[in-house]
Structures are given as C-alpha cells and as structure tokens.
Design a protein around this ligand. Structure first.
Ligand SMILES: O=C(O)C(=O)CO
Length: 326
C-alpha cells in the first residue's frame, strides 16, 4: 500500500464505477460504500451517505445541500466523475468550503471523435437517408437527392474553445477546412496553434457552415441557441451539440429544422435526458440524435474514473485536487 492514510470511507454513488478506480481508492486506505441501484436511487444514497469522508458522484443527478447535510460535517471532499458540473450546487460547496473535483480534460478525445461523427452524420443526412430506405423512398435516380454539407472548404465554428473544441480543431487540421472560428468571452492565447480566429457570437452564427457547441451550461449560456440565434445562421448550416441540452431552446431548434432555417442538427445531448420516445425532435429526419454517449468508450471511462479517485485521494491526503471545480 503506497502512502497509506488512515482508513476513510468513500460513498460510491453508482455500482458500475470501473474496478481500477475502486482498487486505487482501496489501495490507499478507502472503505468503499457502493450504492447498488441503477439508475442511482437518491433514497439509497441518502441512506448510505451519513458518516462518509468522501463522495464519489458517478452520475448526473442533483448534488446539493440535501446530500451534503445527509453526509454530515465530517465530509472532507467530493468528486464527480464528469466534466460538466451543471447538476452541482457549487455555491453550496463554496459556502461550506468542501473541495469539489471533476474530470475535464480526459473526456476531450472521445467527445471530439463523436462530435466529428455527428458533423458528418448530420451534414450528410445519415438519419434522413435511413428513414427514406425504410419508407421505400430510395431516390438515387434524382441527382439532387440527399445533398449534404462537406467538411472540406467549410467554415467550422465553435461555441466554447476549451479542451473538446480544441481536440476537434486539432483533428480537422488535415481536413482542408476553409477556416476555424470560435466564440468565447475572451480570446484564447493558444488559438494560433489551431489557426482559429476569435469572433463575436453574431459572426459565429453568420459565418459557420458547421457550428459545434462545446461549452459548459451556465446561467449565461442557457438557451443561448434560440430562435433568434438560428435565424442568423446560414440555411445550409449544420448545428452540433456535444455539451448540454440546456444550451439550446429545443422547441426553437425543432422549428429551425422543420422550416429550413438551418439544414441539419447532430445532438449528443438533449433536454430532458433521457429524451422521451415520443419527442417531436425524433420525428425530424434532418436531426441525428444520440443518447449522451460522448465519453462512452472504456478507455475514457477508466481515465475519468481514475481522475475522480485521484481528486478524492489528493483531498484526503491534504493536497489540492488534480481538477478542482472551483
Ligand atoms: O463528462 C461529462 O460531463 C459528460 O457529459 C460525459 O458525456
């Protein structure tokens, strides 16, 4: 056992946290108390959390005062196993001075791969094409059928230019794109590494052939992509969201897709999640929808799980978390 600490208790909110993360915690003195319900049950968490030293939050349900109160005043730290932390009441953590960690960075490659998949799937009408086969409407004899948007010679726009956007931009360096532009509050110093240009939000909307959303959900970004925004986009543009459904007004997106205001959308995230099977968005042929699986590769999931475990171990050992959330 390396750098053994006194025994401490960690509540693990989900039974499927990868074994390497559990083994790491145990090798450093943790007693792991693992919730067994899938999806996680708040009742089970509330029953098991009293008295723990740390909480390993491996799902997206609200993490707030109710959980912290139930844990008790001995609680020393919490880490989510996620990059996004929009479901966490951060002011409550700050008020109590409880260190909070999360797992950005390690998610970027898997999400970038999936984002490019969505750009192509939406831009080249994968879902509409499949639907036409099922409807026996295969019209290959029509030269202008299923015309899509190529990545080559396109302006690629990013809303947010953190790790995920930069991983996409890095991949696209050899795709012969016309230009890479992005909108963030302030210019990113390393944007030259990606030959990317900082632009206003309006310019991003007006110039992008593909507009990729990869930014946190905050009060400032909530429903940033609404009817007004879609109206400014090109009619041929492809909208991709790999961040959070809450950045988009989904009714307005539905209207923009069905009225031809924009050409297509590729979404890994929606509101709500899970998206109900009768959602009108699922009936829109020019919308490719995935069930929030951006990080669903074993490699990335293990990396996320180890980072969350190391956040906790650092805090327990009195060191700064590797990826503190505030
Ligand atoms: O890590 C996150 O926040 C995710 O949304 C994973 O897809």
């Amino acid at each position: 056992m390396s750098r053994a600490t006194r025994a401490f208790k960690v509540l693990i909110s989900h039974p499927n946290v990868p074994a390497p993360a559990l083994e790491l915690l145990r090798s450093r003195g943790a007693e792991t108390i693992i919730c067994q319900s899938v999806p996680p049950s708040r009742d089970e968490i509330l029953q098991k959390v009293p008295g723990v030293d740390a909480i390993y939050w491996a799902h997206y349900q609200p993490l707030n005062a109710g959980i912290l109160d139930a844990a008790g005043s001995q609680l020393r730290c919490v880490s989510t196993m996620s990059s996004g932390i929009d479901f966490v009441d951060i002011p409550e953590f700050q008020k109590r001075g409880i260190p909070l960690g999360h797992t950005p960075g390690v998610v970027k490659n898997a999400v970038a791969d999936l984002a490019i998949g969505l750009m192509i799937a939406a831009g080249r009408h994968f879902h509409a094409g499949r639907t036409e086969i099922e409807r026996s409407q295969w019209k290959i004899e029509q030269i202008n059928w299923m015309m899509g948007q190529e990545i080559r010679d396109s302006v690629i726009g990013f809303f947010g230019f953190g790790g995920i956007s930069q991983a996409i931009a890095k991949r696209l360096q050899c795709w012969d794109v016309a230009k890479i532009i992005y909108h963030t509050r302030t210019r990113k110093e390393n944007d030259g590494d990606f030959k990317a240009e900082h632009v206003s939000f309006e310019q991003l909307l007006q110039e992008s052939d593909f507009l990729v959303v990869a930014a946190p959900l905050t009060n400032e970004t909530r429903e940033k992509f609404n009817g007004k925004a879609f109206d400014l986009m090109k009619r041929s543009s492809v909208f991709v969201n790999v961040a959070r459904g809450g950045l988009v007004n989904q009714t307005d997106l539905h209207d923009a897709l069905t009225t031809g205001t924009i050409s297509a959308a590729g979404l890994d995230v929606t509101t709500p999640e899970p998206l109900p099977a009768n959602s009108p968005l699922l009936k829109v042929p020019n919308c490719v929808i995935l069930p929030h699986m951006g990080t669903q590769t074993m490699k990335t999931t293990i990396e996320m799980s180890l980072l969350a475990a190391n956040n906790i171990l650092n805090a327990i050992e009195g060191k700064p978390m590797i990826r503190p959330a505030y």
